[in-house]
Design a protein around this ligand. Sequence first.
Ligand code: NAD
Length: 498
Amino acid sequence: MQTSTNSAQTSASATHTKVPITVAYGDGIGPEIMEATLRILEAAGAQLDIEEIEIGEKVYLKGNTAGIAPQAWDSLRRTKVFLKAPITTPQGGGFKSLNVTTRKTLGLFSNVRPCVSYHPFVSTKHPVMDVVIIRENEEDLYAGIEHQQTDEVTQCLKLISRPGTEKIVRYAFEYARAYGRKKVTCFTKDNIMKLTDGLFHKIFDEIATEYPDIENEHWIIDIGAAKLADSPENFDVIVMPNLYGDVLSDVAAQITGSVGLAGSANIGEGFAMFEAIHGSAPRRAGQNVANPSGLLLGAVQMLVYIGQADVAEKVHNAWLKTMEDGIHTYDIFKEGTSKEKVSTSDFASAVIARVGQKPSTLKAVKYEGGKSIKVTSSPTKKGKKETIGVDLFLHWTEANGGKDPNVLGESLKQYGYNGLNLKMITNRGLKVYPDGFPETFCTDHWRCRYQKADESPITHKEIVELMRLVTEAGFDVIKTENLCTFDGVKSYSLGQGQ
Ligand code: NAD
């Protein structure tokens, strides 16, 4: 970054040495909002040594399905700090989301997304809102393990791990403590996903007991989301699995006034990435109209992270003053509330002009350095694992294309191995054999559960022999899932209606 004669910068540069960071200008509105952000950081005296990398659409379209070249990884490994503008992920074509890849490759397990109302200066239905969404960033359906298994059925695996959940939940409580927050809420759907979301909720309850100074609560995600959208003033810090956090942080940012207002920090043990929560808004690209605030507030979190909290404070307060003075981009401009509708670059100039000022009505921010949050997961306790059955998943229709579960069940009943016999069949999770309802709609994807009559342990060899018999009888086995107990507890879902 070039030096300037700005007085704010002079005082900050006296106390900071330049910190290397990697910057990507991204796609769509990315370059415009990045340029605006970097101008503001420079004017406030941020001491940054910028390495620029190219990622995103251009890289994808050169045939690199990851959207990032190997040299770019070298830069990220060197600087360990990434300021990233949004990118466009081309639809289909086997392109993997670079955001997800970066978060997972660099171990950025925690995604921190503050969503704040700026009433009465930014029009919002929710004048009192100051919510921080802490989204798990590496697991859940974002493992991206998907398969088409039959003509009719596709599948995506949802993975929730104990260490991953422990880290994110602990991070949420540590964040609450570090930033003087009073309550941590957890959202899951564990009334339906009893094992995956159930584990997340269970670990939340376990870890909450270590933080008696912080209130805790859990909501089922559907009603929780409704309450967040209706009365966000009742929430403080909310921790949730990846997909829910992705969706609800957009909702939360939008109801503060615009999705363009919220920044996001992706934090790992050795690396961090800072960005806006919104995407590349391709329809607004190249028009110099986009709101750079989301990326700027992401950059503010970066300044705190790299130890330039005084600069972060200066930038954030100048930005708040600009909001307060009614100088707004199109997305938040409202006749009567706003004073001046400005372009991206003019908005940046307005913030720069206010560096050194504080808001007079909105609460000025105060950042302290040295608040790095370190969390670990406890060593995994190895349970006593026994396999007591197996689910064979079949792609099956009758010769005439029919899908009668009784035909499948009666046929499969002939093939058992060593007492390992068909117990039930489900279709899309619902038990359809034995004693199914003829009215139930069935697809061509069947889960056939095999267990011994007394549910005693079975061996892998028995599973392989069973599969051999079923396959030789002409059935298409798509996959198997073992039915296990851990320390005697059944650790698989029952069929609905079983
Ligand atoms: P989007 O967030 O890019 O845009 C949705 C709408 O929100 C826009 O049309 C615009 O009206 C508004 N908006 C977003 N950012 C704004 C800003 N800074 N100022 C003013 N208005 C703003 O969502 P999308 O259209 O669903 O996605 C577009 C592309 O972005 C897709 O390719 C998607 O994969 C990608 N994306 C990238 C990221 C990222 O890089 N982190 C995140 C989400 C989506």
